[in-house]
Design a protein around this ligand. Structure first.
Ligand SMILES: Cc1cc2nc3c(=O)[nH]c(=O)nc-3n(C[C@H](O)[C@H](O)[C@H](O)COP(=O)(O)O)c2cc1C
Length: 242
């Protein structure tokens, strides 16, 4: 299985998204997959101009000369495309949304109706299966409602299937330095590794593991207490400097 993971966090290599991805891909590689991660924070991908040149003037190609063309080739050739992002304003980051907009050259302009839903046909080939990884600042699963719905629609538009969803509420705990939290974070990373192996072996994430991956790493009230202490300290530090 060839996996392409697209990390849409502006924090890039230091992001919680990357911590989740690395553990997941460690498991996937151990199970025999090939994997590549694209950090959008290190790429130049301009917003879609809405000119539809990729449908008419230069079919299948965007007229913008930036890093998207090369990544897009890889995205359409892999078996599993993972969209990974922090939760921003209840949705994916602008970087990941821009990437998704720029996938338009892969579709044809005509309209077809499949299962009573209008869509654009794929330009060519078999689309990759899709996975989503998203982590939030707030510690409740409810915050992922929009992202969940977004990807249900995205896979319809890409004529494919959503084979894994990993939602991590309270994702900031993953960068905690407190030694007491280390074993809990390790336990979560082991679950992620198992998820990576499972997706490669079975082609999808089981319901059981999906649920386990959603459970709290620490109780939400403790997470919020720690977060409030952290932000008060940051504010005090910054005021001291003034
Ligand atoms: C502009 C902005 C918007 C955010 N919006 C939300 C939000 O709507 N809900 C939420 O739970 N967290 C929100 N967060 C917090 C991030 O999701 C959280 O810090 C996450 O752990 C960052 O992950 P990363 O390190 O992978 O970038 C927001 C953060 C920023 C900077």
């Amino acid at each position: 299985m060839k996996i392409l993971a697209v990390n849409g966090s502006p924090r890039g290599r230091k992001s919680n998204t990357q911590r989740i991805l690395e553990a997941f891909l460690k498991g996937a590689l151990a199970a025999g997959a090939e994997a590549e991660t694209v950090l959008l924070s290190e790429k130049t991908i301009n917003p879609c101009q809405g000119c539809f040149a990729c449908w008419v003037k230069t079919p299948g190609k965007c007229i913008q000369k930036d890093d998207m063309g090369e990544i897009l080739l890889k995205a359409w050739r892999c078996d599993l495309l993972i969209f990974a992002s922090p939760l921003y304003v209840d949705c994916v980051s602008a970087q990941l949304k821009t990437f998704m907009d720029r996938m338009l050259p892969g579709l044809l302009p005509s309209f077809i109706k499949i299962n009573n839903v209008w869509r654009h046909p794929l330009r060519a080939g078999t689309p990759p299966k899709v996975g989503v990884i998203c982590n939030s600042g707030y510690p409740q699963l409810e915050h992922f409602q929009v992202v969940q719905h977004l990807f249900e629609r995205v896979v319809l538009n890409l004529h494919t299937e959503l084979v894994m969803e990993i939602y991590r509420p309270g994702g900031e705990v993953l960068r905690a330095k407190n030694p007491l939290l280390k074993p809990l974070i390790m336990k979560y990373k082991h679950l992620l590794e198992r998820a990576g192996k499972e997706v490669v072996k079975n082609g999808r994430l089981s319901k059981k593991l999906k649920e386990q991956l959603r459970s709290d790493i620490i109780p939400p009230d403790i997470y919020i207490k720690n977060a409030n202490t952290y932000w008060s300290k940051q504010l005090n530090k910054s005021q001291d400097k003034e």
